[in-house]
Design a protein. Structure first.
Length: 244
């Protein structure tokens, strides 16, 4: 082969080799350029997700802490003992052993005499039997009870000459509370008349212009409450002594 032709062939091969390397480098660069935006885009999306996730987690933590601190589940009080309220100083305690009785026209009846009532019931109630007087006797009944028990006897005596008055109340049954007779409670003085201890209080009633004496005592198993309206402050003792 001629030298000139050989040199030309060598030069051609050299050019091809250099051209091939150049193309390879360019291909690598092109491939690198294609991958670079994709990575940048992926990186940008991850950063955005992180920016959203972190605040959301912070808000969630705050909500959970707030619920723990401020939320208190309702307590089940079904197993707690009932609260007992302490009575106020001026308040009477509730007497759960007694039945409160209210007087009305529907639960009372008139009777002719206590003497006949004693015979009918086979009892011995003390009572006043005075001349020149006007007498009213009323029996209070527990109409709610199936047997309609007699629970209280009331005798009112008006002395026609002086218009002095005696009111006597006799409790016929135990276990009843008569709120309309609370004026006979907590009497401040006591005296013994014919072996019976009598509690009493006396004051001047300006409406009737008479001395009012309230008494209570118990005899033969019955509780008595008597109210006297007399001109003489001590006269009630004489009248009470007659029936004790």
């Amino acid at each position: 082969m001629r030298k000139s032709k050989l040199d030309k062939l060598i030069q051609t091969e050299k050019d091809k080799k250099e051209l091939n390397y150049s193309i390879l480098d360019k291909a690598k660069e092109a491939l690198s350029e294609q991958n670079r935006p994709k990575k940048s885009k992926i990186s940008f999306q991850w950063k955005g997700f992180v920016r959203i996730l972190v605040p959301a987690c912070c808000v969630l933590i705050i909500v959970i802490v707030a619920c723990v601190v401020f939320y208190h589940p309702a307590e089940d009080n079904s197993y707690l003992p009932p609260v007992i309220e302490t009575p106020k100083p001026d308040e009477k305690p509730d007497d759960s052993d007694g039945k409160h009785f209210a007087s009305s026209e529907n639960n009372q009846r008139n009777i002719q005499s206590i003497e006949s009532y004693n015979k009918e019931k086979n009892i011995s109630l003390r009572y006043f039997k005075l001349e020149n007087s006007e007498e009213t006797i009323i029996i209070h009944e527990d109409v709610e009870n199936e047997k309609e028990k007699d629970v209280l006897l009331w005798q009112r005596i008006l002395l026609l000459e002086t218009y002095e008055e005696i009111k006597i109340y006799i409790e016929l049954q135990g276990g009843y509370i008569f709120d309309f007779l609370d004026r006979f409670d907590n009497l401040g003085q006591s005296v013994k008349i014919k072996d019976t201890v009598v509690n009493y209080d006396t004051f001047f009633d300006e409406e009737q212009y008479l001395y009012c004496t309230r008494t209570n005592f118990e005899i033969d198993g019955f509780k008595y409450k008597i109210e006297f309206f007399f001109e003489n402050e001590e006269q009630w003792r004489l009248y009470l002594a007659e029936i004790l």
